[in-house]
Design a protein around this ligand. Sequence first.
Ligand SMILES: Cc1ncc(C[n+]2csc(CCOP(=O)(O)OP(=O)(O)O)c2C)c(N)n1
Ligand SMILES: [Mg+2]
Length: 606
Amino acid sequence: MALNQRQACGWTRCRRKNRRALCICSLQRRCQLAFDASTTAISRKAAMRRGCAMTASDNSQTGKTMVPGSAEFVRFLVETGQKHVFGLPGSSMVAPLHQLQNTDIRFVPAIHESVAVAAADGYARVAGSATTLLYMLPGLANGLANLYNAWRDETPLTVIASQQASYHRSLGSTIGEGDLVAMTRPFTRLSHEIAPGMSLRFWLEKARSVASGALPGPVFLSIPEDVLEGMVEQTSFRQSAAPSPAIPNVSAVAEALALAQRPLIVVGGQLRRFGGSRAIEDLAAAQGIALAYEPGFADRLGVAPGHPNCFGNILFAPALERTADVVIFLGARFLLEAHPKPSWFPQAQWIAHINADPLKLEETKKADWAAAADPGAFAAALAGAVGANGASAGLVDARRSWLSSLREGMSSAEMPRGQSSYLRAITPLHDALDHGWLVDESVMGIPVVQGVLRATDGHRYMGTTGASLGWGTGAAAGVALASGEPATCVIGDGSLRFGALGLWTLRNENLPVTLIVLDNGGYGSTRYFERQYIQRLGPAAVPQGPGYLGSDFRESGSSVEGIIAGFGIPVAVVEQDDDPRRAIEHAWSQAHAGPNAVVIRMDFGD
Ligand SMILES: Cc1ncc(C[n+]2csc(CCOP(=O)(O)OP(=O)(O)O)c2C)c(N)n1
Ligand SMILES: [Mg+2]
């Protein structure tokens, strides 16, 4: 007898042995739905759509219900509300992919694992979680560079790789097997292989709650083929998500801010991700506090770029950096980057650093005060404390005069060498955040992008502090899919080449993504560093001029517009000295029909 859905609701556990399959579906009320071997095709399909297993057995001796691992996995995806799953299949991954067809979850394919990871990363940044399925050691290895980006940016991403069946595991001689846990451990908050006999559901739940926990970040699970295809115990274990943050003690920072003559808050993407942006924007406006983005790349903009007190990337505001007397780094990584200045903030009497991750505080070069705290909770508490006992009206006025004089003094002459040519190409993107999301992999252009944006709501900017190139095209796909909104992806020509295979996903999913490619004939930043190297060598340099080996693409391979057109994406080219604005506006107006691109020719910068 087939039970209909209503009859099956209500937690009544059916134990009619052998002939009856028992599975748990994901109805809102989390009922149990039982059906037997004679269930009609229609009700079987309905059950499957909810992620139920086709074959299950009720072991009357142990009281355990055993289902195929792949079905248990798919049921988890359904029950945790996942609408899209990313990936690139292979033999050991076919079981869950086969089961996925019976659900409403859409599988988003990629033609390279770097894209499968980047797209899931972009998706998770918007949706709060994402899963990507990779094939064993080779697939995982291909995805590692973008896993690194997700790690740097603390994305709540779950990466799952199939693994050689446990009974075939050797010291590495069986095809496709490897120590996947060791490979991913440096870039994940949890990395684990599920051996036969372990509870699949427990580890899936554990991974999910760690990924989006108090300290979010990517997680990894390796699932051997025999676990996916064999029987596992069906369980309904649910792990709760992130606990609410503790209220941090902000008094030292509040006191310093109340007395500072020229206070500066340097924000990182963590402030945005933990929900503290608005509190800091309001505090800065009320108290005359300068705001800036941390040096270099940003995963998100901690405050709105169009905020009147926001000076963009601190690299572009040297007068601010030179004169600030109290500096608070909030949700930022601070100053441990590849090419640090010898000395930052020469006039600062007090520097504080707040980050959700204690390890990021350990990386800090110099801070007088540091706290591991949720930056969203910190911002709210700080706003409360300073609001009750802030700077005097006279002091706030003096700060505002300082901010005005900084603004007047700012000019392109203060920009680091080689950056000013980017203004022509990037200024026309000043309102990009009003057209949807902005995914930024413009490399040398990044501080310029951050400086020209005028939006008073900065939440739709996405970048990566990992700087592992080949992220932007895939990330833009994930962002557009998760948000249902258009995205502009501003990207260097080199990065576009790295991420060329992401164009396939953009086209295949027909996503509203406009690519703005800054074409300076290859790796402009690498060429810049070669010139710097020669300068450091001085007369000892042989040869005296740069060779630009592997970073000059003017005469090599396909043009970027050729690559883009090859994936069936319409592309316009703006030649040097032409204003790109018209082409950009036209591309935005057409994005609803699918991806498109504008290639802007730039100076080679020799
Ligand atoms: C995966 C990876 N490989 C190599 C690099 C080193 N790298 C840093 S910048 C850069 C060139 C980027 O070229 P493009 O996107 O055109 O930006 P531009 O430097 O011209 O601004 C390279 C190769 C990297 N960051 N990531
Ligand atoms: Mg370039």
